[in-house]
Design a protein around this ligand. Structure first.
Ligand SMILES: C[S@@+](CC[C@H](N)C(=O)[O-])C[C@H]1O[C@@H](n2cnc3c(N)ncnc32)[C@H](O)[C@@H]1O
Length: 280
């Protein structure tokens, strides 16, 4: 879970990396590889790269030499990303990385000049409407495909169900699009807004579900996610704090016993410039 201006912990990113890799929509990578003429060398800009999980997931799936330009405003995460670069490309070609310490909502088109692909993962929902619009505008210049994965869409399902789930979910949903010093965060509206903004530019946008499906084998991630989920809900609705003490204890015990399953909805977008305006 992230908040505007709040640093994302490297432990949290490490914990979620395998679940993120399993959740991202594989068929969008297949479409990308099939449709995009293979460049002599990919130049891939990953925006809000964190500790670099997108590169570690995608680079080994793309054939051909690649240079990844990793953008984040968190220098410690960038250093981690540099220390753990992606494996070689699908055909064994070299993959190189460089890091840029920057605010991705204030990029200049020159920063992305020559890009053959732009990616972002778990970023759109923590932007404001203005930041998303600015990002789309700057990404439109190189007209390279965009792969924007793991934006939250607001669906959460816990199994077994508990009568308090709905109330916590409603408070969490209300917390997502909260005001920050930068403006209101998009939260689960990010995907619809991105599709709308991109649609106005007359581009093709493929949208795919990419939910986390956490089961007993993800006990640590489930517990960490649940703690953040309830915490955000209680921040939104303070009376919930007292009402969720026993609920939280019960749910964490279920997670520890590998008896709690969670589905967290996300969506992935693949944007191609130059085709007709469609959202599929
Ligand atoms: C939820 S993390 C996702 C990290 C990584 N993409 C992943 O999937 O593991 C969001 C990342 O975006 C970065 N971030 C958020 N807003 C940013 C901004 N305006 N400029 C640069 N980085 C930003 C944060 O520092 C964080 O590393």
């Amino acid at each position: 879970m992230t908040a505007a201006g709040v640093r994302v912990s490297s432990d949290w990113l490490a914990l979620r990396e395998p679940a993120d890799a399993a959740a991202r929509a594989q068929d969008l990578v297949d479409v990308l590889v099939r449709r995009v003429p293979r460049p002599t060398r990919w130049v891939i800009h990953d925006l809000g790269c964190g500790s670099g999980s997108m590169g570690r997931w995608l680079a080994p799936q793309l054939p051909g030499p690649q240079h990844w330009v990793l953008h984040d405003r968190d220098r410690d995460l960038l250093d981690l990303a540099l220390a753990h670069p992606p494996a070689p490309a699908a055909d064994g070609a070299d993959v190189t990385v460089e890091a840029r310490d920057c605010d991705v909502s204030r990029l200049d088109p020159r920063d992305l000049a020559g890009a053959s692909l732009i990616t972002a993962s778990a970023l759109l929902d923590i932007l404001t409407e203005e930041e998303l619009a600015a990002l789309i505008e700057v990404c439109a210049e190189p007209r390279s495909p965009l792969l924007l994965t793991l934006s939250v869409v607001g669906d959460v399902e816990l199994t077994p169900a508990d009568p308090l789930d709905r109330r916590v979910a409603a408070a969490f949903d209300a917390h997502q699009p909260r005001m920050t010093e930068r403006g209101r965060l998009l939260g689960p509206d990010a995907v619809a807004l991105a599709v709308e903004e991109l649609g106005r530019l007359g581009v093709e946008v493929l949208v795919r579900p990419s939910p986390w499906r956490l089961d007993g084998s993800h006990a640590d991630l489930t517990a960490e996610w649940f703690t953040g989920w309830v915490g955000a809900a209680c921040e939104q609705e303070v009376e919930l704090a007292a009402d969720t003490v026993r609920y939280t204890r019960r749910r964490l015990a279920q997670a520890a016993a590998e008896q709690l399953a969670v589905m967290v909805g996300h969506a992935d977008l693949l944007v191609s410039w130059g085709s007709g305006p469609t959202a599929v």
